[in-house]
Design a protein around this ligand. Structure first.
Ligand code: GSH
Length: 250
């Protein structure tokens, strides 16, 4: 069984979890049909938890010390422990060759570049907008405190700044949408791949900040002819592979 680590929220059941990078892995696992359990930990406990199971850091902090991040996985079938979403999904392709490959042969560089490009659109344009909604009612007190100390740049935006963020986001994501065929659900057309894990992860996390009933989420789902909503639907149309813990709040 695969144990996938994510950050804790006050949501329960399938709405647990927060990281867009963990959502990439959840998307891949569902398309692959591989069962897993999601273990949600406080953001401040990521480093200690990763170290306790032997998960490697994924980068460096500004002071040069190792940075530990979610997602990381522990696979009891193979004994492997892997950090970093791209590495995890690549591992799943190799360790579970009977499942659909998310990084089709010959596309590794393209998939990596695509992920970076999408992250630039989200990270620079819409992330400051949704971060402005923090603290949300579903955030743990520890998360709020962590963001206050570690991400002081996430401040409340003015309505003008929010509007500007939305406009740039709409237009930059729209450029990507234009490159895709009208009826395509996936970045590669009719074939799912890592690129869709990235898009899905970055979009679904908005639901944590905005909830289903908000105008922001509704706008997101109708954007660019409903293209992103079709991707979300493709995920929810598949059987769920997440095994729920006995304690619904864990
Ligand atoms: N490149 C990494 C990025 C992971 C990442 O940035 N995770 C964030 C949560 S969204 C994290 O764990 N942050 C904790 C920290 O910065 O201390 C991946 O794709 O797995």
């Amino acid at each position: 069984m695969i144990t996938l680590y994510d950050m804790k929220t006050l949501h329960t059941g399938t709405r647990r979890g927060l990281s867009p990078h963990t959502w990439k892995v959840r998307f891949a696992l569902r398309f692959k049909g591989i069962p897993y359990t999601l273990k949600c930990i406080e953001i401040g406990d990521i480093e200690a938890t990763a170290k306790s199971i032997g998960a490697l850091p994924t980068g460096k902090k500004v002071d040069g010390s190792p940075r530990y991040t979610v997602p990381f996985i522990q696979d009891s079938k193979t004994g492997k422990i892997i950090s970093e979403s791209f590495e995890i999904i690549e591992y799943l392709d190799v360790a579970y060759p009977e499942t659909i490959s998310m990084i089709p042969k010959g596309t590794r560089v393209l998939q990596g570049y695509f992920a970076d490009a999408v992250y630039k659109i989200i990270g620079t344009q819409i992330l400051p907008v949704y971060a402005s909604a923090m603290p949300t009612p579903y955030q743990t007190r520890e998360t709020t405190e962590w963001f206050r100390i570690n991400r002081p740049q996430f401040t409340k935006l003015s309505p003008e700044q929010e509007k500007e963020g939305w406009e740039k986001f709409r237009s930059e994501l729209g450029e990507l949408a234009k490159l895709m065929k009208e009826t395509d659900v996936f970045a590669m057309g009719d074939r799912v791949s890592f690129a869709d894990c990235v898009l899905f992860g970055q979009i679904i996390v908005l639901k944590f900040f905005w909830d289903e009933e908000t105008t922001e989420w509704k706008e997101m789902m109708s954007l660019h002819g409903g293209r992103w909503s079709r991707l979300i639907t493709a995920y929810y149309n598949l059987p769920d592979v997440e095994i729920q813990p006995e304690d619904p709040s864990s």
